[in-house]
Design a protein. Structure first.
Length: 287
């Protein structure tokens, strides 16, 4: 599992929720790298107000680090928020960015939650998003006993499977491999319907292969096919199956035509009371 975690914070209570949610997931051995960005215009010298914000941010992170104990690093950066978060994520050893979505910053000039969507599309390492709904619907912090992995039948969507496998092995959790079948608007066209049926059959075979492989590793895994609008159906299945973690992949803006790439991931940010782990897939090579 992830041992070096970057945690962007903006001073808000919502952003700090990620600290409590991470503790049971990764344990005390993980390095937690706290970062706060003090926005500043490019190329200009820090103003007196900037220096005050910097001191405030240093004090804030030091306070949190003292509460969290050993294995905590604290860093204040100056510049554009998204750019600095991505810059910090490129530090040696950083394996995961963990942040809250929809944060209402204690400082309007330090918005962390508002950039969660851009972070997940631009980051090269996995991103764990904690929704602003906290522990609603009976979901309480802790190590999940069930992990839902959303797959669309492509090899790119399987990028989220390795961390899900590691988590399941470490936590003793079950994995549900979910494939959402989109509504077939051209149902009257027999050729299109036949193509959709063959595609679904191939996807089901692949998911069963993955489940069998997990089973040979001692990990409980099941396959679930469901029908509906992808983002809405993924949320519904997470809730119905009482999954404690959702895993999916995104190939960013360039991956058009794949159910789980970009647009669906954006819709899911903050829509769930459980953490969402989003892994950026390597682009497919042309054959």
């Amino acid at each position: 599992m992830f041992k070096h975690i970057l945690i962007p914070l903006d001073g808000s209570q919502t952003a700090e929720r990620v600290l409590q949610r991470l503790a049971p997931l990764f344990g005390p051995g993980a390095i937690r790298h706290l970062v706060t960005v003090v926005p500043a215009g490019a190329g200009r010298e820090p103003s007196p107000a900037d220096r005050v914000r910097w001191l405030e941010a240093e004090s804030y992170l030091s306070f949190l680090a003292a509460d969290l104990g050993p294995g905590v690093r604290a860093e204040v950066r100056r510049g554009e928020v998204l750019e600095e978060i991505l810059g910090a994520s490129g530090a040696p050893g950083v394996e995961l960015i963990a942040l809250s979505s929809h944060g209402e910053s204690a400082r309007p000039d330090m918005p962390c939650g508002s950039v969660a969507g851009r972070v997940l599309l631009a980051a090269t390492c996995p991103v764990l998003v904690i929704g602003a709904f906290g522990d609603d619907a009976g979901h309480t912090p802790g190590r999940p006993t069930r992990i839902l992995v959303a797959l669309d039948g492509s090899s790119e969507s399987e990028a989220s499977l390795p961390p899900a496998r590691s988590a399941a092995a470490e936590w003793g959790a079950e994995i549900i491999l979910l494939h959402v079948i989109e509504p077939l608007w051209a149902a009257a066209d027999s050729a299109v319907a036949d193509w959709r049926a063959k595609e679904t059959e191939a996807t089901q075979r692949r998911l069963r292969e993955l489940a069998d492989g997990l089973g040979r590793e001692g990990i409980r895994a099941r396959v679930l096919l469901s029908h509906g609008e992808p983002a809405r159906e993924i949320v519904a299945q997470v809730m119905r199956r009482q999954a404690g973690l959702l895993c999916l992949s995104t190939a960013g803006r360039g991956a058009m035509g794949r159910l789980l790439f970009g647009a669906v991931a954006q819709k899911l940010i903050g829509a769930l009371p459980v953490p969402t782990l989003i892994v950026r897939a390597a682009p497919s090579r042309p054959v």
